[in-house]
Ligand binder design. Structure first.
Ligand code: GRF
Length: 223
């Protein structure tokens, strides 16, 4: 039996990805435990959810520190005290600093609402609509010092509809995120996905039910 992976989740916002992780764990589809949730925003709904679930929580707000480095050092201390096996950024809206990256680099993953490397940074669904792409999606990637630049672990595509505004597209992308993020965590827990393996050398089915032949063409072009 797979030993559950100990997760620490960093959040800033609504917490739909945190909720999706918990749902998958509760359903036995994700071999992990969420042992702590840390937020940079004291009023984040995601933090309230974590409190309801009774896990350890902490707030490390940049407003409480004189510099970005001081904030980063405080966050690093909170992470180190909990010794997580994997750190998951689930809607965490700050760039991590060198203290955290030096200590935990290679063990931090992020979910971003675009098919990276396209549309990094903020407002990715609006960026995608502005460019007129017909496929959008989400990416789970390792975190490095850049903005959404780390090695890509997995992606899921969704169609862009003519009626979409940024909110509608983001909602569709988030439904994909809610499947992809737990699937990646589970694949790491079971050893199907190795965080230090070359990214371009993955075998078919590494994420369980993903077929190497699966292709999504959008819009449909057949008669
Ligand atoms: C997600 O769309 C994620 O891709 C982005 O921030 C959003 C967070 O949503 N990084 P939630 O807080 O998980 O609901």
């Amino acid at each position: 039996m797979t030993r559950p992976l100990s997760l620490l989740v960093l959040v800033s916002g609504q917490g739909s990805n945190l909720r999706a992780l918990w749902s998958a764990i509760d359903a036995g589809q994700c071999a992990a435990t969420i042992d702590a949730v840390i937020s940079d925003r004291p009023l984040a709904p995601a933090l309230a959810l974590a409190r309801q679930r009774g896990v350890q929580t902490a707030v490390v707000s940049a407003k409480d520190y004189a510099s970005r480095d001081a904030w980063d050092a405080a966050l690093c201390a909170e992470l180190a005290a909990r010794a997580p096996e994997l750190i998951v950024l689930a809607g965490f809206m700050r760039i991590l600093g060198s203290a955290v990256l030096e200590r935990f680099g290679g063990r931090i993953i992020n979910v971003h609402p675009s098919l990276l490397p396209a549309f990094a940074g903020v407002d990715a669904p609006a960026q995608a609509l502005a460019k007129g792409v017909t496929l959008a999606g989400c990416t789970v990637h390792l975190v490095d010092a850049g903005v959404d630049t780390g090695p890509i672990l997995a992606q899921a595509a969704v169609p862009v509809l003519q009626s979409d505004d940024p909110g509608a597209l983001h909602t569709r992308i988030q439904r994909a995120e809610h499947r992809l993020l737990p699937a990646v965590v589970h694949a790491v827990a079971t050893g199907r996905l190795q965080l230090d393996a070359p990214r371009n050398a993955r075998s078919a089915g590494e994420l369980g039910d993903t077929s190497a032949e699966a292709t999504l063409v959008w819009p449909p072009l057949n008669d």
